[in-house]
Design a protein. Structure first.
Lengths: 179, 465
């Protein structure tokens, strides 16, 4: 089955087609969900919600642009919607935090597992801004619109996230070295 | 040598080819949810309409048996039967014609090649052949599959009837030359008979078609939504009560137990359909409302200490109703004379009956307007006070005190309700309408903390014209 046929089958709400589509794209979309979610478990929940949305609104996909991109977008939006409601604590004066561009780090071949773990451990908004900006390449303007925050907040959230991640990686490197 | 790189770079590179598989449980959950949602699409409509359907199914059963006999006079089923009968008749005609035609045809056809023979011994031969064809027909009629065969044959005969008649006339011409006068006359006779009966058949079929057509036309004319007006006599129980604790008769009864009574309302509504969804209506009805207050004591005493909101119908000593335990407080001394407690057999209650003329002005919106209809109704009514009385009841004892003097002669209500209806025909409809009506200014004395409302279940028949 070609992708077009698969999409058509899903538009007819055919369960076989839906299963096929899931098999084909679940890994890709799960990796998206993992980067934005707090944990493996929540990532699975979010993936589930994202697929439900995809199946329900597949009618609206008119073949403009990449289908994979469209599904990724839905997955990101699903997670954003979920965490946007939950506020990050102690974010007063957050705009005053200066963005430090030059955060260099020693690359000790830090394993991906660890990197994912520390991203997931970030406070919700830091994580979302960091992943959107660094991992998925969204500009600050779009992030601010998507999250309902100002561009300044988005930038300072990113700086905060970087700082936290840097500290954690440094600690990790130190631990490895001391062994 | 350790390489230093920007943290963004580190993450970007690490996550470049990141892929992970979710557990199989995720698909199972998705599948379950998809199924659940599909089921949910079906259920709400049933829940919504189930109650309505059940009620109306009941009304339908009752209503059908009552209203059907008068309504089914000109239903199309009967005309269909008629046309069936007619066509059957025409079929029979055709069949007999067919037999006749064949009879002649066989005779004629056989004759053409045998011209010479006919010349020689025409009389006998024709007789013989007619006998043969007759016996053939008789034989065929005897066989069991008559109907099918006959139908087929009649079709063929109609198709080829023109040819055959020409054949016949040819034959006639031929036979004429034979100089036998019996045969041509016989053939001519059948010829004309065939023609006549054919014409008759054609006409009857056309008539039948025309009839059904005209009936259909009548039905179509009837279905045009010209019936904008609707008149609805209705009747129903009304329950009267108050949203607040107060008493309309006397503030001292505010905390007494009060209960609304069930009464009756009847009237007529006239509505005008603005379009298929909205209609506006008004009318006139009589509403009787009542409620009773208990926890009272009775006594006989002067009007001056009696209830202020009641215009007593008699002078001098009157029946006095007061809140339980306060009878003794009424000063029995001085110029007012004594208040004598009255003992009664049962628990005494103070009742008020009010009768209003109600003129509603309401807008009705059809949520559903098929055979079953569901409507939202909203509007207001003007209430004109007809009469009212305050009376005391205790066991067998019953005495009217007088009229309440604090009721507005004209007051208003806001109305909201739900209308359910079932159409028996284009002209006749059964309605049942639970309505909630809240009185806006029932009392001239604005200090009365009594907020009466009434709930009525109006049912009636609507006639459209």
């Amino acid at each position: 089955m070609t992708l077009e046929e698969l999409i058509l089958s899903c538009k007819k709400q055919n369960l076989k087609g839906q299963e096929e589509l899931y098999k084909k794209f679940s890994s890709t979309l799960f990796s998206v969900s993992l980067k934005y979610s707090r944990s493996y478990h929540e990532a699975e929940d979010n993936l589930q919600d994202a697929f439900i949305t995809i199946f329900k609104s597949i009618e609206q996909f008119k073949g403009k642009g990449s289908f994979e991109g469209w599904m990724k977008r839905i997955t990101v939006n699903t997670v954003l919607q979920k965490y946007r409601k939950q506020r990050v604590f102690n974010l007063s004066n957050e705009e005053q935090i200066k963005e430090e561009v030059e955060i260099e780090i020693e690359d000790n071949n830090v394993p991906l597992d660890f990197l994912l773990k520390i991203v997931q451990e970030l406070p919700d908004r830091y994580r979302l801004v960091f992943t959107l900006y660094v991992l998925d390449g969204y500009p600050h303007k779009e992030i601010s619109e998507e999250m309902g925050i100002s561009v300044g907040t988005s930038k300072s959230n990113l700086a905060r996230a970087r700082k936290i991640l840097q500290t954690k990686i440094e600690n990790y490197n130190r631990e490895i070295e001391s062994r | 040598m350790k390489e230093k790189k920007h943290i963004d770079q580190l993450f970007k590179e690490s996550f470049k080819n990141f892929e992970a598989s979710p557990s199989p449980q995720v698909w199972e959950n998705i599948q379950a949810k998809l199924k659940e949602e599909e089921d949910r699409k079906v259920i709400p409509l049933w829940i919504k309409l189930g109650g309505v359907a059940a009620l109306l199914a009941l009304l339908l059963t009752v209503g059908n048996s009552v209203f059907n006999p008068s309504l089914n006079n000109d239903t199309p089923t009967i005309t269909e039967e008629n046309t069936n009968i007619e066509t059957q008749e025409t079929e029979n005609n055709i069949i007999t014609n067919g037999n006749e035609i064949e009879k002649v045809e066989i005779a004629a056809e056989d004759k053409i090649p045998n011209k010479d023979a006919v010349k020689n011994s025409s009389d006998n031969k024709i007789k013989k052949e007619t006998n043969i064809s007759e016996s053939e027909i008789a034989y065929e009629n005897d066989t069991k599959n008559i109907s099918d065969k006959n139908e087929n044959r009649s079709e063929n005969i109609i198709k080829g009837s023109e040819d055959k008649t020409s054949n016949i006339s040819e034959a006639v011409a031929n036979v004429k030359t034979v100089d036998n006068k019996n045969i041509p006359s016989e053939i001519e006779k059948t010829d004309t008979e065939v023609a006549v009966s054919e014409e008759e058949n054609k006409r009857s079929i056309y008539d039948a078609i025309e009839e059904t057509n005209s009936e259909e036309a009548v039905a179509i004319v009837n279905s045009k939504p010209d019936n904008r007006w609707e008149i609805t006599p209705n009747v129903g129980p009304v329950y009267y009560n108050s949203l607040s604790e107060g008493s309309s008769i006397d503030p001292s009864f505010s905390d007494n137990p009060k209960s609304g009574d069930l009464n009756i309302t009847y009237g007529v509504l006239v509505s005008y359909n603005l379009n298929s969804r909205f209609s506006v209506r008004s009318g006139l009805s009589n509403v009787n409302l009542s409620y009773s207050t208990t926890g009272i004591e009775l006594g006989n005493g002067p009007v001056s200490v009696a209830l202020k909101s009641v215009d007593y119908s008699k002078r001098g000593d009157v029946l006095i109703a007061v809140d339980s335990g306060t009878l003794a407080d009424l000063n029995p001394e001085g110029e007012f004379g004594n208040v004598v407690p009255k003992s009664t057999s049962g628990e005494p209650s103070l009742n008020q009956n009010i009768s209003y003329y109600e003129i509603p002005l309401e807008l009705k919106y059809a949520l559903l307007n098929n055979k079953f209809g569901v409507n939202l109704i909203g509007g207001f009514s003007t209430l004109l006070l007809d009469n009212n009385e305050v009376f005391v009841e205790a066991g067998d004892f019953n005495e009217t005190l007088g009229e309440a003097n604090n009721l507005s002669t004209m007051s208003f209500t806001t109305n909201i309700g739900l209308g359910l209806n079932y159409s028996f025909s284009k002209k006749l409809m059964f309605n049942i309408e639970p309505m909630f009506k809240y009185q806006l200014n029932p009392y001239t004395d604005s200090s009365v903390d009594f907020k009466p409302y009434y709930i009525g279940i109006y049912s009636g028949l609507s006639f459209k014209f």
